[in-house]
Design a protein around this ligand. Structure first.
Ligand code: MD3
Ligand code: FE
Length: 219
């Protein structure tokens, strides 16, 4: 990745680097690494209650990324549209509570990026198998535009694509690797973004997958 895309904000004595990816977007490289075992065990616990599934877009396309949720609200999509729901439409039950490990990581990351009062009420869990991708989109189903989104990457690396406020803005490519946490606030909160098709591989923690957690304040 080029120097123009990543500008170093700070480097702590342990070597943890913080970069500005865009206006208001802070990459905390490796921030989640020391918590990986607990986080992944909790992903599996969430998925045991509400299994990963391929949602259908309002346009009728099956998403290549498999998803589940935890927290008070979960993001869902079907032919009727996108929305946050307090129940899993597949099971009719409430989503599992947000694991403490998730909540602690998201709030600690948000605090270090300048959002001390971030309290997520929804966590979307995305699972990428080789070939899975996310086309360029904006996240705008959340009510509070001041709250950031915190994203956590585990397992296989992916190339993240981010543009600007308009779909036609030029996009930059940034590899997101195991343990990376990004806090998307300020203007970047509504920037177009996506993920290129995942390459194959094997990760010691997640096997053939990339897992991404996105923490949101939905209401
Ligand atoms: C920038 N997820 O779930 S994480 C999503 O890797 C989503 O699974 C991707 O985009 C993934 O909506 C990207 C990084 C991310 C998440 C939310 C954002 C970047 C964002 C919201 C606004 C701007
Ligand atoms: Fe998104």
């Amino acid at each position: 990745m080029t120097r123009e895309q990543l500008s170093l904000l700070s480097l702590d004595p342990a070597g943890a680097a913080t970069y500005a990816l865009a206006e208001g977007a802070v990459l905390l490289r490796g921030f989640a690494k020391s918590k990986e075992a607990r986080l992944f065990a909790d992903v599996e616990r969430v998925a045991a209650h509400c299994p990963f599934r391929h949602l259908v877009t309002p346009g009728g396309f099956r998403m290549s990324v498999a998803m589940t949720n935890c927290g008070e609200l979960g993001w869902v999509s079907d032919e009727r549209g996108y929305r946050y729901s307090p129940v899993d439409p597949q099971t009719g039950f409430a989503w599992p509570a947000m694991p403490q490990s998730f909540f602690d990581l998201a709030t600690t990351a948000a605090r270090s990026a300048g959002y001390p009062s971030f309290v997520p009420d929804a966590c979307l869990v995305n699972r990428y198998a080789p070939g899975a991708r996310l086309t360029l989109h904006q996240d705008k189903n959340e009510r509070d535009a001041r709250a950031p989104i915190v994203s956590v990457s585990l397992g296989l690396s992916a190339v993240f694509l981010f543009g600007g406020a308009a779909r036609s803005d030029r996009t930059a490519r940034v590899p997101l690797v195991h343990g990376d946490v990004v806090v998307w606030g300020g203007p970047s909160r509504f920037f177009y973004h996506g993920v290129l098709a995942l390459e194959g591989g094997v990760h010691p923690l997640t096997g053939g997958y990339r897992i991404n957690l996105t923490f949101r304040k939905a209401v």
